[in-house]
Design a protein around this ligand. Structure first.
Ligand SMILES: O=P(O)(O)OC[C@H]1O[C@H](O[C@H]2O[C@H](CO)[C@@H](O)[C@H](O)[C@H]2O)[C@H](O)[C@@H](O)[C@@H]1O
Length: 524
């Protein structure tokens, strides 16, 4: 059975606060810690073994680190691991010189190594957590970071994340307050106490087994286990309510159609001269429709040629922010029309995606529809080739039956043929457009999903990025709806229905004016 979506769980359980562990959840310092521990212990065990004429098993990051050290206070880690090798040392004091043969002395040496490795390699973050925490804060949830590490503040500073969390309960605070280490829930309970919420109103995000156990023991409303190291079952067994390999972006949760706000496009404010207000200090990830947005609608689809000046504008824009063309056209066709290799292209309404560095993927899973599309294409060609003006345009994952150039009294006949052919294939479904009826794979995939997919894949789901979608057609409504409340959506001209866009531009010329102004603003 599939797990409920994280955002549904947060809503259902009325979560008001989110408590994030640091290492392995926010930052990727677990590896740095593990290496520092290994460097310290292996040298100590070697030296001790030589002294005692004995061989001690060196530290295994895969097993010993996870079992005895990960997620617990530093000196406890020293004691635990040494016990696994049958060694007991005097406790010493926190002031012991790094390397002194005491629990504290070895713990201090590990910390010296950790600082050195941090300086050398910096800190990598998990972008999924950073984007999620930022988004949830903007939505009014409270956030705290917890860590057994006394280096928590310096790690957050190195990663530029100090402001993301309202409360920090780390190894220093724990020592001051005498908080027990995980799997005791003390550190989490102190975080919610400082945020002034109850554990039953808070969710814990943890990657360590001792951490999920602590969350469970603390009576938290939701314990999310982050499976960064293929331990899904163990995380569940130790108390995780849900296990995720990565935190999905909020935009991955589609707004149900009945919750999408729609308006008459004509009433929307113009996006021109609004750039600063629209961006809210962020960098846009720009998604652009092709026909009717970058080129005017023309009678013959082959004549919808991109102007050199629009190409120049797109080239300049792509130098300052990510740009994708999301089109109903065949992906290879739209790539050829645009002729820019620093853009991403989603063709066949998002089923077929390419990008720089030979990126090519088909995320909607439409390959199984190809035989049905092939047969439908043959039949449509046979039945429509004699209708003056009718055009059957095959894309890899769709067929557009064009009737723009068909005499008014024959349009119905063309549509009937298209619907009749469509009815023969359960693999296909109809899709509307401007003077076209499309036969598309019968799958829950569309331009909006492709935009989400690209945001996720290109790691653009982060606080500093705002998605922007510009389009003119009914198929662009899926993308507008998908970005509602989460990005900027701009309708070009008009179509026959109400729109989920928030702004408008009158024409392809205005699109170009807007994109040029956007580029200029971003270059400042
Ligand atoms: O998603 P888009 O990039 O906007 O593509 C939508 C369809 O665009 C093309 O058809 C439309 O533009 C033609 C040329 O201006 C016009 O003749 C036709 O009436 C419009 O529907 C394209 O031919 C289709 O494959 C796309 O699905």
């Amino acid at each position: 059975m599939s797990q409920p979506h994280l955002f549904d769980l947060l809503e259902l359980r009325n979560i008001k606060a989110l408590i994030f562990d640091l290492d392995g959840v926010i930052t990727q310092t677990a590896r740095v810690h593990a290496n520092a521990w290994k460097r310290m212990f292996d040298a100590y065990l070697l030296q001790r073994g030589q002294r005692e004429d004995k061989v001690y098993e060196p530290l295994s990051i895969a097993t010993d680190y996870r079992r005895y050290i990960d997620g617990i206070p530093r000196y406890d880690g020293v004691r635990n691991f040494l016990a696994s090798r049958g060694i007991t040392l005097p406790e010493g004091t926190p002031e012991d010189a790094p390397g002194k043969e005491t629990v504290a002395g070895l713990g201090n040496l590990k910390n010296t190594y950790f600082q050195e490795l941090l300086q050398e390699g910096g800190v990598d973050v998990y972008p999924d957590t950073v984007a999620f925490a930022g988004e949830m804060r903007r939505r009014g949830l409270r956030t705290a970071v917890i860590s057994a590490s006394k280096n928590c503040q310096s790690i957050l500073a190195a990663a530029g994340l100090e402001k993301l969390f309202e409360v920090r309960v780390d190894g220093i605070v724990s020592a001051e307050l005498g908080l027990k280490g995980k799997p005791a829930p003390d550190i989490f309970l102190e975080a919610v106490r400082r945020l002034q919420v109850k554990p039953e109103q808070a969710a814990v995000f943890e990657d360590a087994l001792a951490g999920v156990e602590a969350g469970k023991a603390g009576g938290f409303a939701l314990v999310v286990g982050l499976d960064r190291t293929s331990e899904a079952n163990e995380l569940k067994e130790h108390g995780a309510d849900v296990v995720l390999q990565k935190i999905p972006s909020h935009t991955m949760k589609n707004t149900p159609q009945n919750q999408v706000r729609k308006k008459d496009g004509i009433t929307l404010p113009s996006a021109l001269n609004q750039i600063e207000a629209l961006l809210q200090g962020k960098t846009p990830a720009v998604f652009l429709d092709y026909d009717g947005c970058l080129t005017p609608i023309v009678k013959d689809p082959d004549k919808a040629i991109l102007s050199d000046s629009m190409r120049h504008t797109l080239r300049q824009l792509a130098e300052v922010c990510p740009v994708a063309v999301v089109s109903g056209r065949d992906r290879a066709n739209v790539e050829k029309l645009v002729q820019l290799d620093n853009l991403y292209y989603a063709g066949s309404h998002g089923f077929d995606i390419s990008g720089p560095d030979n990126m090519h993927t088909e995320p909607g899973g439409a390959a199984a529809a190809i035989p049905a599309l092939d047969k439908a294409q043959t039949e449509l060609n046979e039945r429509l080739h004699q209708v003056q003006g009718a055009l059957v345009e095959r894309k890899r994952y769709a067929i557009a039956v064009h009737y723009r150039n068909v005499a008014d009294d024959q349009v119905d006949d063309v549509l009937k043929v298209a619907q009749d052919v469509l009815s023969k294939y359960k693999e296909l479904k109809p899709g509307p457009g401007k003077k076209i009826l499309e036969l598309k794979p019968n799958l829950d995939w569309h331009k909006g999903k492709a935009v989400h997919w690209l945001l996720e894949e290109l790691e653009l789901n982060k606080p500093g990025i705002i998605p922007m979608y510009i389009g003119d057609d009914l198929t662009d409504e899926d993308a507008f709806a998908a970005l509602q409340g989460q990005g900027i959506s701009i309708l070009v001209g008009e179509h026959d229905e109400e729109t989920a866009a928030d702004f408008r531009l009158e024409s392809v010329d205005e699109v170009q004016e807007f994109l040029a102004a956007l580029t200029k603003y971003l270059k400042k």
